[in-house]
Ligand binder design. Structure first.
Ligand SMILES: *Cc1c(COP(=O)(O)O)cnc(C)c1O
Length: 355
């Protein structure tokens, strides 16, 4: 916090120049192991800019992880594309790469995997499938800053990747987002589109752009947050370990995993409740926790059942039985790393409730 405040004082003195934006972009690109980073106003804006920069064109089909924040799908739809939801792996809840070949069509141009709740999607498989057909890949890494596969950071696998700095994300600028990429072309295009796509001469525009800029003030907060990001991720991983210690062995509860060679940063500690084995439905457990003063959230509703997308005819209603089950049975627990042991004991004993 002190760092952020100091940084903000400095930025206030610097007038209308934007030194912190460039610094935040450089630091974040370094963090991800990519060449370029383009800061913008939100994770939603980052996804839209990346989809435009790729580009996704009207009529393109995009294979999108079914279990995700609606913003992943909106990016495709704003470009006139069609969302083709891909069902989840039962263990990691990420896009199941084995389903790609059954869903791909002549109109498919890209794959948008999501690193859900902090566990990386199977990027080696997804990238090699995409390569074999010449498809582009945009990673939605909004929940997975610093997550890794074999020591390689998420954000560095796709043609581009998008991060969010919303208040509940791994690091925050209040509102904010970032595109990272190794492609100068994508970075330049995204950077132009985020600022109304000014042309030459200035005030002639050859493309329709947006005001998706990040403010220098937000970037200053981002620089402050970068000094703590490793510590925050470690605290998230510690919290997950402390939850797992307390909940392991509870009948009917599926806990988050970390696949071999993967680094999960556990953005949200999520569980799946099997009613038959647990003895209570997810909804009943959620209400019981609420009465005990414990706030939880359900997992995302999958893209194949989203009314707004179906009404527009902008989504193929592919079968997603796993993601639909996760929507009914999945929930996440309080995930602030500052939770004390006694708070965790209270949450977990309420969940175990004699089980
Ligand atoms: C939060 C989130 C977004 C959207 O980011 P905002 O900064 O809130 O616009 C997109 N995708 C996923 C997976 C997210 O969790």
């Amino acid at each position: 916090m002190l760092n952020a405040v100091l940084a903000m004082n400095e930025s206030a003195i610097s007038g209308h120049a934007s030194p912190f934006i460039e610094r935040f972009e450089n630091e974040f690109a370094n963090f991800c192991g990519t060449r370029y980073a383009v800061a913008c106003s939100s994770g939603t804006a980052a996804l839209h800019l990346a989809a435009r920069a790729l580009p996704i064109r009207p009529g393109d089909e995009v294979l999108v992880s079914a279990l995700t924040n609606i913003a992943t799908a909106n990016a495709v739809i704003e470009c006139g594309g069609i969302v083709v939801p891909v069902d989840s792996e039962p263990e990691t809840w990420n896009l199941n790469p084995h389903l790609l070949d059954s869903l791909v069509s002549r109109s498919t141009t890209a794959i948008f995997p999501v690193h859900i709740y902090g566990h990386p999607a199977d990027m080696p498989r997804i990238a090699s499938y995409a390569d074999s057909l010449g498809l582009s890949v945009i990673e939605d890494a909004a929940e997975a800053h610093g997550a890794e596969i074999q020591g390689k950071r998420v954000g560095s696998f796709g043609d581009a990747a998008c991060f969010s700095f919303y208040a509940n994300k791994v690091i925050t600028t209040g509102e904010g987002g970032m595109i990272v990429t190794d492609s100068l072309e994508i970075a330049a295009k995204a950077s132009s589109l985020r600022n109304l796509a000014f042309g030459t001469p200035r005030f002639l525009h050859y493309e329709v752009g947006y005001n998706y800029r990040m403010s220098n003030l937000s970037a200053a907060i981002g620089c402050g947050q970068m000094t703590r990001i490793d510590e925050i991720i470690q605290a998230k991983r510690d919290l997950a370990r402390r939850y797992t210690e307390r909940l392991t062995g509870t009948p009917g509860l599926q806990l988050p995993i970390e696949k071999d060679g993967y680094r999960n940063i556990y953005w949200m500690y999520s569980i799946v409740v099997n009613e038959k084995e647990y003895g209570e439905s997810r909804d009943t457990l959620q209400s019981r926790l609420a009465r005990a003063g414990i706030d939880t959230r359900t997992m995302f509703a999958p893209l194949n059942i989203q009314p707004a997308l179906l009404l527009r005819g902008a989504v193929k209603p592919t079968p997603c039985p796993v993601a639909e089950r996760l929507w009914r049975e999945g929930m996440y627990l309080p995930s602030t790393p500052t939770l004390t042991d006694s708070e965790l004991d209270y949450i977990c004993s309420t969940i175990r409730n004699g089980r």
